[in-house]
Design a protein around this ligand. Structure first.
Ligand code: ADP
Length: 402
């Protein structure tokens, strides 16, 4: 029997999963997949690391596909395609761990009730993350269920780093900066510890630039500040989210435009950012390919905000040793990377335009006071690592260095 760990990222209409084998202290990805169209016409796709693909429409003749049916389909697929495997742990991506959780959590009936109290903090994600956990508890009753929080990495911040300038009672009630993308930051920092241990002990900014985007300042391995706040709306503009916004705009939309909370939510989460500004797409590749001025403006605004936040985070860190770019845009969009990092010699970043264009791992000049690196993030692997650690296995992601 092979012991495997399943990772689950359950959203409102989709469930992403990955299967990792644990052997000799290492995690090897065996497969990844997606059930899309939950609640409507649901499709199942999966790809094994051998390249073999499966794709089918889920049968909805008896019941519309929900998270439970989706997880049962994953179980059936694993039993058929990866026979001889034993799912020992299921690691769940959970967007919000509230003010409480700074570490992954072994789920039981009691703490799932605590997690439910965080639903109002992330109404578009948390209820579906928890639906995924409940469905997995039924489908894989013998496996340990582990919640891995996107907020946990930032939970060491002191009051001043996380509060808003509101009366203290709001902070005490939980209205505070939580920060997100923590699993990505943790993964990147572990890789950095392994590959560049000296840099990892210093002052680091990680720019997670994907469909969702944020920056995190890390000092000696600890998150110091992040651009995301109470929700995953704050900070950088994103694919469809607005990023930083004067709260007065929301008041204006309510008072003058008579927009409801639901309409404003829709505008700020789904129709702003790159998509809203360009009127074309949330996809950076499409914007780069477009000759429309609105597409150029959207990219220029994205770059401008990223540069501004890098400056702010440097001030919080009191200097900088290393900047890491990651996420779909950070890993691939060479021109966006160049635009963000150029003319930053004043904080010690000397970008090497040619190394960047050649897609090298280090994209700063030799001797640049700040080393700029491109690293691929892997949140699924981080979840699998946390889950196997929870099961008492040795840290399998990278050897412990520091
Ligand atoms: P998510 O946050 O959903 O995980 P990703 O990290 O996959 O998103 O990032 C998606 C973004 O990365 C999209 O805007 C996409 O256009 C961009 N991207 C991916 N590949 C490239 C590329 N080769 N050039 C420019 N942008 C890219």
């Amino acid at each position: 029997m092979k012991d495997v760990i399943l990772t689950i990222n359950a959203g409102s209409s989709s469930v992403k999963f990955s299967v990792f084998e644990i052997a000799e202290g290492q995690l090897t990805q065996l497969a990844l997949g997606l059930i899309d169209g939950i609640g409507a016409k649901a499709t199942f796709t999966a790809k094994k690391s051998s390249g073999e693909k499966t794709e089918f429409v889920l049968d909805q003749s008896h019941h519309a596909v929900d998270h439970k049916i989706a997880l049962t389909a994953v179980l059936d697929w694993i039993e058929k395609e990866e026979s001889g495997t034993n799912v020992v742990g299921v690691g769940h991506r959970v967007v919000h761990g509230g003010p409480v959780y700074s570490e992954p959590l072994l789920i039981d009936a009691e703490n799932i009730r605590i997690l439910q109290t965080f639903e109002p903090l992330a109404p578009l994600h948390e209820p579906y993350n928890l639906a995924g956990i409940e469905a997995a508890m039924e489908a894989f009753p013998k496996a340990a269920q582990v919640a891995c929080f996107d907020t946990a990495f930032h939970r060491q911040h002191p009051y001043l780093a996380d509060t808003f300038a509101l009366p203290r009672k709001y902070y005490d009630e939980g209205v505070r900066r939580y920060g997100f993308h923590g699993l990505s930051y943790e993964y990147i920092h572990r890789i950095l510890r392994h590959e560049e241990p000296v840099l990892a002990r210093g002052k680091v900014i990680v720019a997670h630039l994907g469909n969702g985007a944020s920056l995190c300042a890390i000092n000696a391995g600890k998150s110091v500040a992040s651009t995301m706040g109470f929700t995953a709306l704050d900070g950088l503009p994103m694919g469809t989210r607005c990023g930083q916004l004067d709260p007065g705009v929301v008041l204006y939309l309510m008072a003058e435009k008579k927009m409801s909370a639901a309409e404003i939510t829709d505008l700020l989460y789904k129709n702003s950012g790159l998509k809203g500004m360009s009127g074309i797409s949330n996809d950076m590749r499409e914007l780069e390919a477009s000759s429309e001025q609105s597409a150029k403006d959207a990219i220029a605004y994205f770059v401008r905000r990223a540069r501004r936040e890098i400056g702010g985070l440097c001030a919080m860190l009191g200097g900088l040793d290393c900047i890491v770019l990651t996420g779909g845009i950070g890993e691939n969009a060479v021109n966006v990377r160049q635009a963000i990092l150029q003319d930053m010699e004043w904080i010690g970043i000397h970008v090497d335009a040619e190394a960047n264009a050649r897609r090298e791992r280090i994209i700063s000049e030799k001797g640049s006071p700040v080393v700029a690196l491109v690293l691929k993030t892997d949140e699924e692997r981080m979840i699998a690592a946390h889950t196997s650690e929870m099961l008492g296995l040795k840290e399998p992601l990278v050897p412990a260095v520091s």
